[in-house]
Design a protein around this ligand. Structure first.
Ligand code: EPZ
Length: 417
Protein backbone atom coordinates (compact mmCIF):
# COMPACT_ATOMS: atom_id res chain seq x y z
CA UNK A 1 0.00 0.00 0.00
CA UNK A 2 1.46 3.37 -0.97
CA UNK A 3 1.39 6.25 1.50
CA UNK A 4 1.23 10.03 1.53
CA UNK A 5 3.47 11.76 4.08
CA UNK A 6 2.00 15.17 4.83
CA UNK A 7 3.56 17.92 6.97
CA UNK A 8 0.53 19.96 8.02
CA UNK A 9 0.22 23.70 8.56
CA UNK A 10 0.93 25.17 5.10
CA UNK A 11 -1.70 27.57 3.81
CA UNK A 12 -2.77 26.47 0.34
CA UNK A 13 -2.63 29.16 -2.30
CA UNK A 14 -2.67 29.40 -6.06
CA UNK A 15 -5.01 28.08 -8.72
CA UNK A 16 -6.15 24.64 -9.76
CA UNK A 17 -8.15 23.47 -12.76
CA UNK A 18 -10.88 21.02 -11.79
CA UNK A 19 -10.75 17.87 -13.99
CA UNK A 20 -13.67 16.06 -15.58
CA UNK A 21 -16.04 14.20 -13.26
CA UNK A 22 -15.27 10.58 -12.40
CA UNK A 23 -18.97 9.83 -11.99
CA UNK A 24 -19.73 11.25 -15.42
CA UNK A 25 -16.91 9.74 -17.49
CA UNK A 26 -17.67 6.23 -16.21
CA UNK A 27 -21.28 5.99 -17.51
CA UNK A 28 -20.34 7.85 -20.70
CA UNK A 29 -17.49 5.40 -21.39
CA UNK A 30 -20.07 2.61 -20.91
CA UNK A 31 -22.34 4.39 -23.41
CA UNK A 32 -19.60 4.35 -26.09
CA UNK A 33 -20.16 0.58 -26.39
CA UNK A 34 -23.71 1.12 -27.69
CA UNK A 35 -23.07 3.04 -30.91
CA UNK A 36 -20.50 0.88 -32.72
CA UNK A 37 -19.03 4.20 -33.82
CA UNK A 38 -16.12 6.48 -32.89
CA UNK A 39 -16.33 8.68 -29.82
CA UNK A 40 -13.87 11.38 -28.74
CA UNK A 41 -14.11 12.44 -25.08
CA UNK A 42 -12.32 15.51 -23.68
CA UNK A 43 -11.50 16.43 -20.07
CA UNK A 44 -11.29 12.79 -18.98
CA UNK A 45 -9.73 12.63 -15.51
CA UNK A 46 -6.49 10.62 -15.34
CA UNK A 47 -7.64 8.33 -12.50
CA UNK A 48 -7.54 4.62 -11.75
CA UNK A 49 -11.29 4.05 -12.28
CA UNK A 50 -11.00 5.41 -15.83
CA UNK A 51 -8.05 3.12 -16.55
CA UNK A 52 -10.04 0.14 -15.23
CA UNK A 53 -13.05 1.04 -17.40
CA UNK A 54 -10.90 1.45 -20.50
CA UNK A 55 -9.50 -2.04 -19.86
CA UNK A 56 -13.05 -3.42 -19.66
CA UNK A 57 -13.91 -1.73 -22.98
CA UNK A 58 -10.76 -3.17 -24.63
CA UNK A 59 -11.70 -6.67 -23.44
CA UNK A 60 -15.14 -6.21 -25.04
CA UNK A 61 -13.40 -5.50 -28.36
CA UNK A 62 -13.28 -1.69 -28.38
CA UNK A 63 -10.24 0.14 -29.73
CA UNK A 64 -9.24 2.68 -27.11
CA UNK A 65 -6.63 5.41 -27.29
CA UNK A 66 -5.90 8.06 -24.71
CA UNK A 67 -3.70 11.10 -25.01
CA UNK A 68 -3.59 13.44 -22.03
CA UNK A 69 -7.20 14.06 -21.03
CA UNK A 70 -8.62 13.04 -24.42
CA UNK A 71 -9.89 9.47 -24.85
CA UNK A 72 -10.99 8.01 -28.18
CA UNK A 73 -13.14 4.86 -28.26
CA UNK A 74 -14.07 3.01 -31.45
CA UNK A 75 -16.64 0.37 -30.52
CA UNK A 76 -17.18 -1.03 -34.02
CA UNK A 77 -15.15 -4.10 -33.05
CA UNK A 78 -17.17 -5.12 -29.98
CA UNK A 79 -17.34 -8.92 -30.08
CA UNK A 80 -17.92 -9.92 -26.47
CA UNK A 81 -20.87 -9.52 -24.10
CA UNK A 82 -18.90 -10.48 -20.98
CA UNK A 83 -17.66 -7.87 -18.52
CA UNK A 84 -14.22 -8.97 -17.29
CA UNK A 85 -14.79 -10.33 -13.78
CA UNK A 86 -11.42 -9.35 -12.30
CA UNK A 87 -11.99 -5.75 -13.37
CA UNK A 88 -15.66 -5.85 -12.29
CA UNK A 89 -14.66 -6.99 -8.83
CA UNK A 90 -12.45 -3.90 -8.47
CA UNK A 91 -15.14 -1.42 -9.43
CA UNK A 92 -18.83 -1.81 -8.57
CA UNK A 93 -19.95 0.89 -10.94
CA UNK A 94 -18.99 -1.36 -13.89
CA UNK A 95 -22.42 -2.99 -13.53
CA UNK A 96 -23.83 -0.19 -15.70
CA UNK A 97 -21.75 -1.49 -18.61
CA UNK A 98 -24.24 -4.40 -18.65
CA UNK A 99 -26.97 -1.97 -19.73
CA UNK A 100 -24.84 -0.71 -22.59
CA UNK A 101 -23.93 -4.22 -23.76
CA UNK A 102 -27.58 -5.30 -23.66
CA UNK A 103 -28.48 -2.25 -25.80
CA UNK A 104 -25.95 -3.42 -28.40
CA UNK A 105 -26.06 -7.24 -28.20
CA UNK A 106 -29.30 -8.06 -26.36
CA UNK A 107 -27.31 -10.09 -23.83
CA UNK A 108 -24.62 -9.53 -21.19
CA UNK A 109 -22.74 -11.41 -18.53
CA UNK A 110 -21.01 -10.10 -15.45
CA UNK A 111 -19.83 -11.06 -11.98
CA UNK A 112 -21.67 -9.60 -9.02
CA UNK A 113 -20.19 -6.09 -8.50
CA UNK A 114 -17.43 -5.35 -5.96
CA UNK A 115 -15.88 -1.87 -5.51
CA UNK A 116 -15.58 0.57 -2.60
CA UNK A 117 -16.67 -0.94 0.68
CA UNK A 118 -19.51 1.40 1.57
CA UNK A 119 -21.64 -1.09 3.38
CA UNK A 120 -23.86 -3.41 1.32
CA UNK A 121 -23.85 -2.37 -2.35
CA UNK A 122 -27.03 -4.00 -3.63
CA UNK A 123 -28.19 -3.84 -7.22
CA UNK A 124 -31.80 -4.87 -6.57
CA UNK A 125 -33.12 -1.67 -8.19
CA UNK A 126 -31.12 -2.42 -11.36
CA UNK A 127 -32.41 -6.01 -11.45
CA UNK A 128 -36.04 -5.02 -10.83
CA UNK A 129 -35.91 -2.33 -13.54
CA UNK A 130 -34.28 -4.66 -16.06
CA UNK A 131 -36.97 -7.28 -15.47
CA UNK A 132 -39.62 -4.63 -16.09
CA UNK A 133 -37.85 -3.89 -19.39
CA UNK A 134 -38.26 -7.55 -20.37
CA UNK A 135 -34.65 -8.53 -19.63
CA UNK A 136 -34.36 -12.02 -18.18
CA UNK A 137 -31.74 -12.31 -15.45
CA UNK A 138 -30.26 -15.53 -14.06
CA UNK A 139 -27.61 -15.81 -11.42
CA UNK A 140 -25.36 -18.66 -10.51
CA UNK A 141 -21.91 -19.07 -9.00
CA UNK A 142 -21.79 -15.30 -8.44
CA UNK A 143 -22.31 -14.48 -12.10
CA UNK A 144 -25.24 -12.63 -13.64
CA UNK A 145 -26.61 -13.64 -17.06
CA UNK A 146 -28.79 -11.06 -18.84
CA UNK A 147 -31.00 -12.01 -21.80
CA UNK A 148 -32.41 -8.93 -23.52
CA UNK A 149 -34.02 -10.66 -26.53
CA UNK A 150 -37.41 -9.39 -25.38
CA UNK A 151 -36.34 -5.84 -24.49
CA UNK A 152 -39.54 -3.80 -24.52
CA UNK A 153 -41.00 -0.35 -23.92
CA UNK A 154 -41.78 0.25 -20.25
CA UNK A 155 -42.45 2.78 -17.53
CA UNK A 156 -40.14 2.18 -14.60
CA UNK A 157 -40.72 3.60 -11.13
CA UNK A 158 -37.56 3.60 -9.00
CA UNK A 159 -38.22 3.09 -5.27
CA UNK A 160 -35.11 5.22 -4.67
CA UNK A 161 -33.52 7.69 -7.15
CA UNK A 162 -30.48 5.46 -7.58
CA UNK A 163 -27.78 7.01 -9.79
CA UNK A 164 -26.50 3.68 -11.07
CA UNK A 165 -29.92 2.20 -11.69
CA UNK A 166 -31.01 5.35 -13.57
CA UNK A 167 -27.88 5.14 -15.73
CA UNK A 168 -28.26 1.40 -16.37
CA UNK A 169 -31.86 1.86 -17.54
CA UNK A 170 -30.89 4.81 -19.79
CA UNK A 171 -28.10 2.75 -21.35
CA UNK A 172 -30.19 -0.39 -21.98
CA UNK A 173 -33.11 1.70 -23.34
CA UNK A 174 -30.79 3.47 -25.81
CA UNK A 175 -30.68 0.37 -28.01
CA UNK A 176 -34.46 -0.14 -28.08
CA UNK A 177 -36.50 1.44 -30.88
CA UNK A 178 -39.25 2.60 -28.56
CA UNK A 179 -39.91 4.64 -25.43
CA UNK A 180 -38.77 3.97 -21.89
CA UNK A 181 -39.71 6.26 -19.02
CA UNK A 182 -38.01 6.42 -15.64
CA UNK A 183 -40.08 7.88 -12.81
CA UNK A 184 -38.24 8.99 -9.67
CA UNK A 185 -34.99 9.09 -11.64
CA UNK A 186 -31.74 10.34 -10.11
CA UNK A 187 -31.24 14.07 -10.80
CA UNK A 188 -27.44 14.29 -10.40
CA UNK A 189 -25.50 16.48 -12.90
CA UNK A 190 -23.77 13.32 -14.10
CA UNK A 191 -27.15 12.01 -15.30
CA UNK A 192 -27.59 15.19 -17.34
CA UNK A 193 -24.13 14.74 -18.83
CA UNK A 194 -24.88 11.13 -19.81
CA UNK A 195 -28.15 12.32 -21.37
CA UNK A 196 -26.32 15.02 -23.35
CA UNK A 197 -23.91 12.39 -24.67
CA UNK A 198 -26.65 9.90 -25.59
CA UNK A 199 -28.43 12.64 -27.53
CA UNK A 200 -25.20 13.20 -29.47
CA UNK A 201 -24.98 9.56 -30.64
CA UNK A 202 -28.59 9.45 -31.89
CA UNK A 203 -30.69 8.57 -28.85
CA UNK A 204 -33.51 10.95 -27.85
CA UNK A 205 -33.36 11.57 -24.10
CA UNK A 206 -35.50 14.20 -22.41
CA UNK A 207 -36.18 15.27 -18.82
CA UNK A 208 -32.77 14.51 -17.32
CA UNK A 209 -32.02 16.62 -14.25
CA UNK A 210 -35.67 16.11 -13.29
CA UNK A 211 -37.44 13.10 -11.79
CA UNK A 212 -38.97 11.82 -15.02
CA UNK A 213 -36.65 10.87 -17.85
CA UNK A 214 -37.84 9.60 -21.23
CA UNK A 215 -35.52 7.67 -23.55
CA UNK A 216 -36.36 6.92 -27.18
CA UNK A 217 -33.69 4.50 -28.35
CA UNK A 218 -32.55 3.78 -31.90
CA UNK A 219 -30.53 1.41 -34.08
CA UNK A 220 -28.88 4.20 -36.04
CA UNK A 221 -25.96 5.84 -34.27
CA UNK A 222 -23.34 8.42 -35.12
CA UNK A 223 -19.80 9.35 -34.17
CA UNK A 224 -19.67 11.88 -31.34
CA UNK A 225 -17.35 14.24 -29.51
CA UNK A 226 -18.05 15.33 -25.94
CA UNK A 227 -16.42 17.22 -23.07
CA UNK A 228 -16.99 15.77 -19.59
CA UNK A 229 -18.48 18.10 -16.95
CA UNK A 230 -16.17 19.20 -14.12
CA UNK A 231 -15.97 17.05 -10.98
CA UNK A 232 -18.10 18.74 -8.30
CA UNK A 233 -16.69 16.49 -5.55
CA UNK A 234 -13.07 17.21 -6.43
CA UNK A 235 -14.05 20.90 -6.38
CA UNK A 236 -15.58 20.46 -2.91
CA UNK A 237 -12.38 18.75 -1.77
CA UNK A 238 -10.16 21.68 -2.78
CA UNK A 239 -12.63 24.22 -1.37
CA UNK A 240 -12.46 22.43 1.99
CA UNK A 241 -8.67 22.13 1.81
CA UNK A 242 -8.53 25.92 1.37
CA UNK A 243 -10.89 26.38 4.31
CA UNK A 244 -9.01 24.18 6.79
CA UNK A 245 -5.60 25.65 5.88
CA UNK A 246 -6.98 29.25 5.83
CA UNK A 247 -5.70 29.48 2.29
CA UNK A 248 -6.54 31.39 -0.86
CA UNK A 249 -7.41 29.25 -3.89
CA UNK A 250 -8.78 29.96 -7.34
CA UNK A 251 -10.66 26.92 -8.69
CA UNK A 252 -11.00 26.95 -12.49
CA UNK A 253 -13.31 24.97 -14.81
CA UNK A 254 -16.33 24.80 -12.50
CA UNK A 255 -20.03 24.51 -13.26
CA UNK A 256 -21.58 26.72 -10.58
CA UNK A 257 -24.98 25.01 -10.55
CA UNK A 258 -23.34 21.70 -9.69
CA UNK A 259 -21.49 23.02 -6.62
CA UNK A 260 -24.31 25.08 -5.10
CA UNK A 261 -24.94 22.56 -2.26
CA UNK A 262 -21.30 22.82 -1.13
CA UNK A 263 -20.99 26.58 -1.71
CA UNK A 264 -24.17 27.28 0.25
CA UNK A 265 -22.98 25.10 3.15
CA UNK A 266 -19.56 26.77 3.33
CA UNK A 267 -21.20 30.21 3.20
CA UNK A 268 -23.51 29.26 6.08
CA UNK A 269 -20.35 28.23 8.00
CA UNK A 270 -18.96 31.73 7.44
CA UNK A 271 -16.80 31.29 4.33
CA UNK A 272 -16.69 33.97 1.66
CA UNK A 273 -16.68 32.54 -1.86
CA UNK A 274 -16.72 34.55 -5.04
CA UNK A 275 -17.40 33.37 -8.59
CA UNK A 276 -14.91 35.00 -11.00
CA UNK A 277 -16.28 34.86 -14.52
CA UNK A 278 -18.71 32.02 -15.20
CA UNK A 279 -16.43 29.09 -14.41
CA UNK A 280 -13.95 30.09 -11.70
CA UNK A 281 -14.41 30.38 -7.97
CA UNK A 282 -12.13 32.10 -5.47
CA UNK A 283 -12.12 30.89 -1.88
CA UNK A 284 -10.08 32.91 0.61
CA UNK A 285 -10.49 31.98 4.28
CA UNK A 286 -8.78 33.89 7.06
CA UNK A 287 -10.76 32.78 10.10
CA UNK A 288 -12.05 29.58 11.70
CA UNK A 289 -15.51 28.64 10.38
CA UNK A 290 -18.56 27.88 12.51
CA UNK A 291 -20.29 24.53 12.65
CA UNK A 292 -23.90 24.61 11.48
CA UNK A 293 -26.31 22.47 13.40
CA UNK A 294 -27.26 19.70 10.98
CA UNK A 295 -25.91 18.56 7.61
CA UNK A 296 -27.99 15.85 5.92
CA UNK A 297 -26.77 14.02 2.81
CA UNK A 298 -29.43 13.52 0.19
CA UNK A 299 -29.89 12.78 -3.51
CA UNK A 300 -29.06 15.79 -5.72
CA UNK A 301 -29.87 18.66 -5.36
CA UNK A 302 -29.38 17.82 -1.68
CA UNK A 303 -25.95 17.77 -0.06
CA UNK A 304 -23.82 15.13 -1.82
CA UNK A 305 -22.88 12.03 0.16
CA UNK A 306 -19.53 11.96 -1.65
CA UNK A 307 -18.57 15.24 0.06
CA UNK A 308 -19.67 14.06 3.52
CA UNK A 309 -16.28 12.83 4.73
CA UNK A 310 -14.61 15.98 3.44
CA UNK A 311 -17.08 18.25 5.22
CA UNK A 312 -16.70 16.19 8.40
CA UNK A 313 -13.03 17.15 8.46
CA UNK A 314 -14.00 20.81 8.14
CA UNK A 315 -16.63 20.43 10.82
CA UNK A 316 -14.07 18.80 13.15
CA UNK A 317 -11.98 21.99 12.96
CA UNK A 318 -14.86 24.50 13.10
CA UNK A 319 -16.19 26.17 16.24
CA UNK A 320 -19.19 24.76 18.05
CA UNK A 321 -20.88 21.41 17.48
CA UNK A 322 -22.14 19.99 14.21
CA UNK A 323 -24.29 16.99 13.35
CA UNK A 324 -23.95 15.03 10.12
CA UNK A 325 -26.65 12.58 9.07
CA UNK A 326 -25.64 10.18 6.28
CA UNK A 327 -28.86 9.22 4.53
CA UNK A 328 -27.49 7.54 1.41
CA UNK A 329 -25.02 4.81 2.35
CA UNK A 330 -24.63 2.51 5.31
CA UNK A 331 -21.05 2.34 6.50
CA UNK A 332 -19.99 5.75 5.25
CA UNK A 333 -18.48 6.91 8.57
CA UNK A 334 -15.32 4.82 8.34
CA UNK A 335 -13.20 8.00 8.36
CA UNK A 336 -14.41 8.91 11.87
CA UNK A 337 -12.19 6.43 13.71
CA UNK A 338 -9.20 7.65 11.68
CA UNK A 339 -10.01 11.34 12.31
CA UNK A 340 -10.25 10.59 16.04
CA UNK A 341 -6.67 9.29 15.94
CA UNK A 342 -5.78 12.85 14.83
CA UNK A 343 -7.61 14.40 17.78
CA UNK A 344 -11.08 14.96 16.33
CA UNK A 345 -13.98 14.80 18.80
CA UNK A 346 -16.61 12.75 16.95
CA UNK A 347 -19.32 10.42 18.28
CA UNK A 348 -21.13 8.14 15.84
CA UNK A 349 -24.65 6.83 16.47
CA UNK A 350 -25.62 4.73 13.43
CA UNK A 351 -26.13 7.15 10.53
CA UNK A 352 -25.69 10.21 12.76
CA UNK A 353 -22.37 11.71 13.82
CA UNK A 354 -21.92 14.45 16.41
CA UNK A 355 -18.80 16.53 15.81
CA UNK A 356 -17.47 18.88 18.50
CA UNK A 357 -15.06 21.31 16.85
CA UNK A 358 -11.46 21.38 18.15
CA UNK A 359 -8.83 24.08 17.65
CA UNK A 360 -6.30 21.70 16.07
CA UNK A 361 -5.80 18.19 14.78
CA UNK A 362 -2.46 16.42 15.21
CA UNK A 363 -0.45 14.29 12.82
CA UNK A 364 -0.91 10.52 13.12
CA UNK A 365 -0.64 7.30 11.14
CA UNK A 366 -4.07 6.81 9.47
CA UNK A 367 -5.47 4.51 6.79
CA UNK A 368 -7.91 5.42 4.01
CA UNK A 369 -10.70 2.81 4.13
CA UNK A 370 -12.24 4.07 0.88
CA UNK A 371 -11.98 6.80 -1.73
CA UNK A 372 -13.83 9.69 -0.11
CA UNK A 373 -12.77 8.84 3.45
CA UNK A 374 -9.22 8.95 2.16
CA UNK A 375 -9.82 12.40 0.69
CA UNK A 376 -11.19 13.59 4.04
CA UNK A 377 -8.07 12.29 5.81
CA UNK A 378 -5.76 14.03 3.33
CA UNK A 379 -7.60 17.32 3.94
CA UNK A 380 -7.28 16.76 7.70
CA UNK A 381 -3.55 16.10 7.36
CA UNK A 382 -3.07 19.40 5.51
CA UNK A 383 -4.38 21.26 8.57
CA UNK A 384 -2.93 19.04 11.31
CA UNK A 385 0.03 20.05 13.47
CA UNK A 386 2.96 17.79 12.62
CA UNK A 387 3.32 14.88 10.25
CA UNK A 388 0.54 12.56 9.09
CA UNK A 389 1.02 9.29 7.25
CA UNK A 390 -2.01 8.38 5.11
CA UNK A 391 -1.91 4.74 3.93
CA UNK A 392 -4.25 3.34 1.26
CA UNK A 393 -3.52 6.12 -1.21
CA UNK A 394 -4.56 3.80 -4.05
CA UNK A 395 -8.14 4.34 -2.85
CA UNK A 396 -7.74 8.11 -3.16
CA UNK A 397 -6.16 7.75 -6.60
CA UNK A 398 -9.35 6.05 -7.82
CA UNK A 399 -10.97 9.47 -7.88
CA UNK A 400 -8.29 12.17 -7.66
CA UNK A 401 -5.73 12.98 -10.34
CA UNK A 402 -2.20 13.07 -8.86
CA UNK A 403 -3.46 14.44 -5.55
CA UNK A 404 0.10 14.67 -4.15
CA UNK A 405 1.36 16.65 -7.12
CA UNK A 406 -1.70 18.89 -7.22
CA UNK A 407 -1.51 19.74 -3.52
CA UNK A 408 2.27 20.30 -3.70
CA UNK A 409 1.69 22.82 -6.48
CA UNK A 410 -0.59 24.69 -4.06
CA UNK A 411 2.05 24.81 -1.31
CA UNK A 412 1.34 21.62 0.65
CA UNK A 413 4.31 19.71 2.08
CA UNK A 414 3.34 16.27 0.78
CA UNK A 415 5.15 13.32 -0.73
CA UNK A 416 4.09 9.87 -1.88
CA UNK A 417 6.15 6.83 -0.76
C1 EPZ B 1 -23.12 6.61 -7.52
O1 EPZ B 1 -23.04 5.35 -6.90
C2 EPZ B 1 -21.72 7.19 -7.41
N1 EPZ B 1 -20.76 6.34 -8.11
C3 EPZ B 1 -21.32 7.28 -5.93
O2 EPZ B 1 -20.03 7.88 -5.86
C4 EPZ B 1 -22.33 8.18 -5.22
O3 EPZ B 1 -22.03 8.21 -3.85
C5 EPZ B 1 -23.75 7.64 -5.42
O4 EPZ B 1 -24.02 7.49 -6.83
C6 EPZ B 1 -24.81 8.55 -4.81
O5 EPZ B 1 -24.69 9.82 -5.38
C7 EPZ B 1 -20.66 6.46 -9.47
O6 EPZ B 1 -21.37 7.23 -10.09
C8 EPZ B 1 -19.64 5.60 -10.13
P1 EPZ B 1 -26.83 4.79 -5.89
P2 EPZ B 1 -24.28 4.31 -7.03
O7 EPZ B 1 -27.28 3.66 -6.75
O8 EPZ B 1 -24.86 4.39 -8.37
C9 EPZ B 1 -28.76 1.97 -2.60
C10 EPZ B 1 -17.79 8.05 -5.24
O9 EPZ B 1 -17.18 8.13 -4.17
N2 EPZ B 1 -29.08 1.08 -3.73
O10 EPZ B 1 -27.46 6.14 -6.07
O11 EPZ B 1 -23.82 3.02 -6.50
C11 EPZ B 1 -27.27 2.00 -2.34
O12 EPZ B 1 -26.88 0.90 -1.55
C12 EPZ B 1 -18.95 7.08 -5.37
O13 EPZ B 1 -17.52 8.70 -6.28
C13 EPZ B 1 -29.92 0.00 -3.50
O14 EPZ B 1 -30.37 -0.22 -2.39
O15 EPZ B 1 -25.28 4.97 -5.96
C14 EPZ B 1 -27.10 3.31 -1.65
O16 EPZ B 1 -27.43 3.14 -0.27
C15 EPZ B 1 -19.27 6.38 -4.06
N3 EPZ B 1 -30.19 -0.83 -4.53
C16 EPZ B 1 -28.13 4.21 -2.32
O17 EPZ B 1 -29.08 3.33 -2.93
C17 EPZ B 1 -29.71 -0.60 -5.79
O18 EPZ B 1 -30.02 -1.37 -6.72
C18 EPZ B 1 -27.52 5.12 -3.38
O19 EPZ B 1 -26.98 4.30 -4.36
C19 EPZ B 1 -28.87 0.51 -6.00
C20 EPZ B 1 -28.57 1.34 -4.95
Amino acid sequence: MSKLIIEGGSRLSGKIRIPGAKNSILPILAATVISGKKTVLHDCPLIKDVELTLDILRKLGCTVESEGSTVTVDSSGVDSHVIDSTLMEKMRSSIIIAGAIIARMRKAESAYPGGCSLGPRPIDLHIKAFRQMGIEINENYGNLYFNGENLRESDIYLDFPSVGATENIMLAASGLKGKTRIINAAREPEIEDLSAFLNKIGVKVSGSGGSVIEIEGTDEFTDAEHTIIPDRIVAATYMTAAAVTKGDLLLENLCYNHIVPTVSLLERMGAKLLMEGDSSLRIKISKRLNNINVIRTAPHPGFPTDAQSIIMTLSALSSGTGIIIENIFDGRFRHCAELKKMGADISVYGRLAVIRGVMSLYGAKVTAPDLRSGAGLVVAALAAKGQTEVSGVEFVERGYEDIGGALSSLGAKIKKV
